[in-house]
Design a protein around this ligand. Structure first.
Ligand code: ADP
Length: 327
């Protein structure tokens, strides 16, 4: 069946991406809650039609680690894309609130001149057992896209890893439509790069893109470190400036997992963060690695972890509001 706008009841915004907003909607005929992404494109009807047709392949992307696609349509120059609603949001936000480090007590007033507790730099991030579960899902999802659909994701980063309160972890936003990629490319100027060194090199030299599946493996490794730290891995002085950042990725040593993680975890990440694309691990190797094998035999309370991360988020938002209200 095809989804149309008049079947949808619109709810709140779930987030803003580089290309448009994502809204929660209810598909009235089926009573299914969905997330609807609006992508504004200045394209003619023929090109918009091509995009809708190319997106159709997504109906075949059915796997436990992939956000389900329900359908797409366009109105005027906007493409609307309906997908499974993931009620815990994306890992880029959860990683900040999902640390096992106890939060500072909210009622202790900070010493003079110090920022309020919720503004203090937190060293947290995702604990190792949760991290293994999350990146295991990501690796299986990426392997599925490659083996079953011959799709390279091209945009692996914590924002594109969605989670629900049942503890499921799924990938979204992968590149299936050549026309859509082409139309979006011009506006793609993210300030935190997850691009592999070979991709940065070929883009800066304007040579034909040397994008292979192993470029996604680099982005997977970088996302893993980011989730472990709770923030983007390259130091702030580097990521405040696009040129410095790209230089560091191409010429500097690759980032590593911090102390406190097991040797297996560190080794797994280092197999992703190999600067020579040809020497990087394959998905198969990554799945067989002890870091992900251990995960298979362990019980991890993902439901509890997600619930606590969301509670922390709500509490910190409330503290921030109270602080703003009282000052
Ligand atoms: P970007 O363009 O940066 O990849 P998106 O436009 O895909 O970002 O998404 C923006 C935000 O919307 C995400 O960070 C996430 O919090 C939220 N979001 C996206 N898709 C969904 C979904 N299916 N369910 C719930 N929230 C979502």
């Amino acid at each position: 069946f095809a989804i149309t706008m008049d079947q949808l009841q619109l709810y709140e915004d779930l987030g803003k991406g580089n290309y448009g907003t994502v809204k929660k909607v209810l598909h009235k005929p089926t009573n299914v809650a969905m997330a609807m992404k609006e992508i504004r494109l200045e394209l003619d009807q023929a090109k918009l039609n091509a995009i809708i047709m190319e997106l159709d392949i997504l109906h075949r992307a059915v796997a436990p680690e992939i956000v389900e696609f329900y359908g797409a349509f366009f109105i005027e120059s906007c493409v609307y894309y309906c997908m499974e609603y993931m009620d815990a949001g994306s890992m880029d936000k959860l990683q900040t609130y999902g640390s096992d480090n106890p939060l500072l007590p909210s009622d202790s007033s900070p010493p003079d001149g110090e920022p309020a507790p919720f503004l203090r730099k937190r060293t947290g991030g995702v604990p190792e057992v949760v991290l293994a579960r999350v990146v295991g899902s990501m690796t299986r999802g990426l392997g599925f896209l490659k083996d079953e659909l011959q799709i390279i994701h091209r945009d692996v980063k914590p924002t594109n890893v969605l989670v629900n309160r049942r503890g499921q972890v799924k990938l979204c936003d992968f590149g299936v439509s050549g026309q859509l990629e082409k139309s979006l490319a011009k506006t793609n100027i993210g300030c935190q790069s997850y691009m592999a060194p070979e991709r940065i090199r070929s883009e800066s030299l304007h040579t034909s893109p040397t994008y292979t599946v192993s470029s996604d493996v680099w982005s997977l490794g970088l996302s893993t470190i980011e989730m472990a730290l709770g923030h983007y891995p390259y130091p702030p002085e580097t990521y405040s400036n696009v040129f410095a950042q790209l230089t560091a990725i191409v010429h500097g040593d690759p980032p590593e997992l911090p102390d406190g993680f097991s040797d297996a975890a560190k080794d797994w990440v280092s197999r992703c963060m190999v600067k020579r694309a040809e020497d990087r691990a394959s998905y198969q190797e990554l799945l067989k690695h002890p870091f992900l094998q251990q995960d298979r035999t362990r019980t991890v309370d993902m439901v509890g972890w997600v619930a606590r991360a969301l509670e922390n988020r709500d509490r910190m938002h409330k503290e921030k509001e109270d602080q703003n209200g009282s000052s």
